[in-house]
Design a protein around this ligand. Sequence first.
Ligand code: HEM
Length: 164
Amino acid sequence: MDATGLTAQEKITLFSAWGLIRKDLDIHGRNMLLLLFHKYPHYVSYFDFTDDASAQTLVDNKSLYSQSIHVIKTFGSLIEYGLKDPALFNETLKKITRIHAERNVYGKDILTIGDVLLNYLAQVLGRQVSDALPDAFRKLFVTIAGRFPVEPTEGDDKDRERSS
Ligand code: HEM
């Protein structure tokens, strides 16, 4: 098994599904982020979309749109280029974890966003989605999540502060 944690067949499954959304990636990326915020509203506060001062709602916020394009393109590069080249996959993942350092994003948040993306894909692709996609997709997200820190348990910081 290489750095991706996936079998050759799982890579093909992911690559094919990606091919179906790649044409309108900007729209899908924004929809996925909006769906994340709809299901888990507390994640909105992680981001800063105030660059677009004129937007009335998240849906028409161009700062959100712009950031969602970066997020989805970066995720897509793991599939499009990383699955073929595990060393590149590894480097891309390093970059992704570095972007999120100090932002309180943990492995469990990655698994949550993975579930949202999978739900979204099932909705937009319907019967075009192969039966093998959910498992392959979840495996990919387990690999990504494994590179993120584990959420500190309640009280960790306070205990440290008290003893210092
Ligand atoms: C596979 C999953 C993810 C990928 C590929 C990814 C990718 C990225 C990228 C490329 C950026 C830079 C965006 C830009 O410069 O416009 C970014 C920023 C960010 N991401 Fe993620 N992300 C992922 C998951 C998450 C999750 C689960 C959270 C938690 C809610 C999160 C929170 C953030 C935040 C707060 C920023 C900073 C935005 C800013 O610059 O203010 N990301 N992410």
